[in-house]
Ligand binder design. Structure first.
Ligand code: PLP
Length: 398
């Protein structure tokens, strides 16, 4: 007898698990390991945000709150949406939870019936397809291409929509490619979506991590579709607060209410300490972010220059997020010193982990084989060391 529910059979083991296991083992054996696989900034959470969290503990803000968050937090989120994104929403259409991830999962769980389709442009954030499967839906993967800037085109969208499409997921800036949709591109997608009644999930979690292109929130670019756009955001990426677990969303009132009900019967409110810290983050001065962006741009350019010098690897300039999605197809078919052949991006990733002790994530994990995702949100010296090691390790291939 198996104790696991049948729904567990639809969730794939993470393609990155083997790499993480190897990194952990190598580190335990005393090797110096550099992980370019993690999706988080190495910057400290800003001190005024930490202080607000500490003050909340000292002031006894340590008890249950409303499931969707305190009135103060929801007011701060409403101010943020209006000020930064041009989205005007009442607090009744706002919910906070334990990370954007939880809100995305609850939104899907609240809306998907067996067999409903969710359009997921690839490369995609690893969790979308598995979440869709867990809720009984069918992820319909729409492959984007580097020629189209890794963006969903109106033609591809029109072709993939069916009467069963419940959601279309838009993630700009994109993890893993860094693609950022312009206002005109969003409006072109909006014209296709206007003839359909699918919900639109705008995952804006990397909004502050933009270099060349400005961020445009789908909800502000598509006001006519506002009654079916769920905007997902959180403090994890923009404020370097991944561990605080605080995400928020705004969308149609009935959907927000349903997400509130699910949250009330599962995890309840997000941590009160994180809620207080998030108010300080959202209301506070964003001056520090230009320094972060400048530092990220320098790291990105260092990584891109190194990749350009490594035969077999190449990359376009990613305009947002903090990842480089490098084409590694030139290394597939190469032979290691032990005589084994690298058959895939997964093999290339495993080779870099075992020989260079550098963690990267193969494109297969994001639905797009033949690529590697390298996160450049690590300190400059480590990044330089990582690229030197990658170059030396690749040079040993024949
Ligand atoms: N959406 C995308 C595209 C992400 O890359 C991530 C985290 O990696 C999340 C959502 C989840 O963010 P959170 O930490 O708020 O759960």
């Amino acid at each position: 007898m198996t104790y696991l529910a049948t729904r567990m059979s639809v969730v794939g083991a993470s393609p990155t698990a083997a790499i993480s296991d190897t990194l952990r083992r190598l580190s335990a054996e005393g090797h110096s390991v550099i992980n370019l696989g993690e999706g988080e900034l190495d910057f400290a959470t800003p001190s005024h945000v930490c202080e607000a969290g500490i003050a909340a503990i000292c002031a006894g803000q340590t008890k249950y709150t409303a499931v969707s968050g305190t009135a103060e937090l929801k007011a701060a989120i409403a101010r943020k949406f209006a000020r930064e994104n041009g989205i005007d929403v009442p607090v009744s259409r706002i919910i906070a939870g334990a990370g954007a991830k939880q809100l995305i999962f609850n939104a899907l769980l609240a809306t998907i019936d067996a067999g409903d389709e969710v359009l997921v442009p690839a490369p995609y954030w690893v969790s979308y397809p598995d979440m869709v499967r867990l809720t009984g839906g069918v992820p319909v993967i729409v492959q984007t291409t580097p020629d189209a800037g890794w963006k969903l085109t109106p033609e591809a969208l029109a072709q993939a929509l069916t009467p069963r499409t419940k959601w279309v997921i838009l993630n700009s800036p994109n993890n893993p490619t860094g693609a950022v949709y312009s206002q005109a591109e969003l409006q072109a997608l909006g014209r296709v979506l206007a003839d359909h009644d699918a919900l639109i999930m705008a995952d804006d979690i990397y909004e502050h991590m933009v270099q060349e292109d400005p961020f445009v929130a789908p909800a502000s670019a598509l006001p006519d579709l506002a009654d079916r756009i769920l905007t997902i955001n959180g403090v994890s990426k923009g404020y370097s607060m991944t561990g605080w677990r605080l995400g928020y969303a705004t969308g149609p009132e009935a959907l927000i209410k349903a997400m509130d009900i699910l949250q009330s019967q599962s995890t309840s409110n997000a941590s009160t300490i994180s809620q207080a810290a998030a108010i300080a983050a959202l209301d506070g001065d964003l001056g520090f972010m230009s320094d972060w962006r400048a530092s990220l741009k320098a790291r990105r350019d260092l990584l891109l220059a190194a990749i350009a010098r490594i035969p077999g690897l190449s990359s376009d300039v990613p305009p947002g997020a903090f990842y480089v999605f490098a084409d590694c197809s030139g290394l597939i078919g190469a032979t290691r010193a032990d005589g084994t052949v690298l058959e895939s991006d997964v093999d290339v990733g495993a080779y870099l982990v075992s020989e260079a002790h550098v963690g990267v994530v193969p494109g297969t994990a994001f639905g797009t084989p033949g690529y590697l995702r390298l996160a450049y949100a690590v300190d400059d010296a480590l990044l330089s060391e990582a690229v030197d090691r990658i170059a030396a390790t690749v040079a040993r291939l024949t």
